[in-house]
Design a protein. Structure first.
Length: 331
């Protein structure tokens, strides 16, 4: 038993030394120089819901979860049978109104001819009255006929305007129905990756219903929190570095895109120095969209990691935070 005591003591010392060396290799080697701070966060990728404006039955769904799509790619098509019938009826109304315009213009021409004849007869009767050949009553009759012809021309012109308005209304109806038909083809608003496919072919969805959710691979950020004593030293648009837990060998460049103007937590009425650190401010860093385009296959939402920030404008990045990226895959 006495022989075991030194052995146990030596073994304990060896284990403690190994643990100390391991802790130093993990934490001591990552000590940051003055003017550089670190905070942990999670990768956030902007989500976009692809929804329908109108209710309808899904005729086609052209994507699967995980598919990469380009801007304006077709994601889904809803059935347009009813809308096509409405458009046909509206086009028939346009044709009917157009025919009405032609008829109204013919009526205008006829009324104008009658007005010309009434004017001529009035002038002839007036001349005969001056020569005492025609009675005054005939002149009065011709004048009344001329006035009726003038009113008829005005009514015919109004009928033309009414027919043209009916045609414009029918044409607007056609355009509106066409817009609805176009809206039944749902397209990707930007390039990205399909995260969830929410419907299948044949399903009926309500107005505003979602058919898919996509990730905008050009809008990737990480949100972190810093205490009051540090947040005032971080500048908007300042450079930052990201190191993800899943790929700690890579150092990703980023930029500070947002610094909150208000603390996230309410302070106590009496604050000590330690309590002031509970006043946390939200900071968001963003990765350059052009870099994301190059490495879009690597972009995944929810990855945890650290954000390194400069709290001193004169500080420089240490060697272990120099930008280091994987080799870009060939397109």
């Amino acid at each position: 038993m006495r022989k075991l005591v030194p052995f146990i003591a030596i073994t304990t010392l060896v284990i403690a030394a190994a643990a100390g060396w391991y802790a130093w290799s993990i934490y001591g080697s990552q000590r940051l120089p003055a003017g550089v701070t670190v905070a942990n966060g999670r990768i956030e990728v902007e989500r976009i819901d692809i929804s329908t404006k109108l209710a309808g039955r899904v005729a086609e769904i052209g994507v699967k979860e995980g598919d990469l799509v380009a801007a304006d790619d077709v994601v889904a098509i809803l059935d347009t049978t009813d809308l096509l019938a409405q458009r046909a009826a509206a086009r028939a109304a346009v044709a009917r109104a157009t025919a009405g315009i032609a008829k109204a213009k013919t009526d205008v021409a006829s009324a104008a001819a009658n007005l010309g004849l009434a004017d001529a007869e009035l002038r002839r009767s007036s001349e005969l009255l001056e020569k005492a050949v025609s009675p005054q009553s005939l002149v009065d009759q011709r004048k009344a006929q001329r006035d009726v012809a003038v009113a008829t021309v005005a009514a015919a012109n109004a009928a033309v305007d009414d027919a043209m308005a009916a045609r414009d209304a029918a044409s607007a109806q056609v355009d509106m129905i066409q817009v609805n038909i176009d809206d039944m083809t749902l397209r990707a608003p930007t390039a990205g990756r399909i995260e969830y496919k929410l419907v299948n072919r044949g399903e009926v969805i309500a107005s505003g219903g979602k058919v898919a959710t996509m990730l905008d691979l050009t809008d990737v950020t990480m949100t972190v929190f810093l205490p009051t004593r540090l947040v005032g030293r971080v500048n908007l648009n300042a450079p930052a570095r990201l190191v993800l837990d899943a790929a700690s060998e890579w150092v990703i460049p980023a930029t500070v895109s947002f610094v909150s103007a208000e603390a996230q937590f309410t302070p106590k009425s009496v604050e000590t120095a330690d309590e002031r650190d509970k006043l946390m401010y939200r900071i968001k860093v963003k990765i350059d969209p052009s870099l994301l385009e190059t490495y879009r296959d690597y972009v995944k939402s929810g990855l945890t990691g650290n954000v390194y920030l400069l709290t001193d404008q004169a500080a420089t990045w240490p060697e272990n935070l120099a930008i280091h990226l994987p080799r870009a895959a060939a397109k």
